[in-house]
Design a protein around this ligand. Structure first.
Ligand code: SF4
Length: 335
């Protein structure tokens, strides 16, 4: 057998980049109908997770690999070639990166091609013909990305040309209407499916503001600092001191899970129920007192009377006394 001969008896294996949405599911089922062995990969960062894909993989029996790509994602996020969308979402570069990483997995694990549930023209920015071409070019996967739902509207891929995938059994869906997908879902007996998009925190303005501030002040943010961006109010007191104050019980529990006792101060108002406040362990005594005063301002402690705040950190636990700072005055520090 020469190097270019295709072994047509070997099963065809496809690696799908999945968001867990209906289009990802349909793309996998359309290929599976042809006898292709389908597997999914889904990438996670502090900005989006694989929960939806995990649920879909369980429901449809599609083997799934989940990979945390935070370090390489952060490198891209600081300086995306195509810039950001409305907030801090670098959608074009994000897609290109994910396809590049899926392509590396394809090569390392012997898959024949990479596929996705993208539909030509469905999203105004990321699923135009140019955007799909950009991703192919910048992922190093030219001719190796198959989009089964729109394949007939796109150039033939290598695996179709080789006869490894039957192009006649692929689809020609285009545009924003969901009619064909809904009919296809019915064909596969799918009556409930997740909403088409959502779940990426980078598209949220408040989150994007907090992330931008963190990246402007930290060259290598810790995982805990990234994880806590989704909880509470974030206030910058000075260039070295950012504090986070829980807003709800869920915030407080979430923040609790991000505390590193060697690097964080945890401040709790004594005698009054209130938020957990986090500050850096190396905050100055003045900034620590200000953090305590801001946290106390979000309790029911009476204004104008000193309250005790317990401060826990690498040097143990101590109590300080502060005058609560009303939220209206703390607002100027909010990021
Ligand atoms: S919305 Fe978020 S996860 Fe989706 S492509 Fe854009 S940056 Fe990536």
């Amino acid at each position: 057998m020469t190097a270019t001969t295709i072994d047509q008896t070997r099963p065809v294996r496809a690696l799908g980049l999945s968001s867990g949405g209906l289009d990802s599911i349909l793309a996998a089922l359309v290929l599976r109908d042809q006898g292709i062995q389908v597997r999914w990969v889904c990438f996670e960062t502090p900005f989006f997770n694989a929960d939806r894909t995990r649920r879909a993989a369980d429901r449809f029996g599609i083997p799934l690999a989940v990979r945390d790509i935070t370090p390489v994602y952060l490198d891209m996020l600081r300086n995306p070639r195509c810039g950001y969308g409305r907030n801090m979402n670098p959608c074009m570069d994000c897609h290109a990166l994910m396809f590049r990483l899926a392509g590396e997995m394809m090569a390392a694990e012997g898959f024949d091609f990479v596929f996705s549930g993208e539909v030509l023209g469905q999203r105004p920015m990321s699923q135009t013909r140019n955007a799909l071409r950009f991703v192919e070019k910048n992922s190093g996967l030219a001719g190796r990305i198959l989009r089964p739902l729109s394949a007939l509207a796109l150039p033939e891929t290598v695996v179709e040309a080789q006869g490894r995938v039957d192009r006649a059994r692929l689809l020609d869906i285009r545009g924003r209407s969901r009619k064909t997908q809904i009919a296809l879902a019915r064909h596969y007996g799918i009556d409930e499916y997740p909403a088409p998009a959502g779940g990426c925190r980078l598209t949220d303005k408040g989150y994007a503001d907090r992330l931008r501030d963190l990246l402007a002040h930290e060259d290598e943010p810790r995982r805990e600092e990234l994880d806590r961006l989704r909880y509470g109010r974030h206030l910058r007191l000075d260039a070295r001191t950012k504090i986070v104050v829980g807003r709800t019980r869920i915030d407080n529990e979430g923040l609790e899970g991000t505390v590193d006792p060697s690097l964080d101060l945890a401040l709790r108002v004594e005698d009054y129920p209130g938020p957990l406040t986090l500050a850096p362990a190396d905050a100055s005594p003045e900034m620590t007192a200000l953090a305590g005063a801001i946290g106390a301002g979000y309790t029911k402690a009476p204004a104008g009377r000193p309250v005790a705040v317990r401060v826990e950190g690498p040097d143990g636990s101590r109590a300080i006394t502060v005058m609560p700072l009303p939220p209206s005055e703390a607002r100027r520090f909010i990021i």
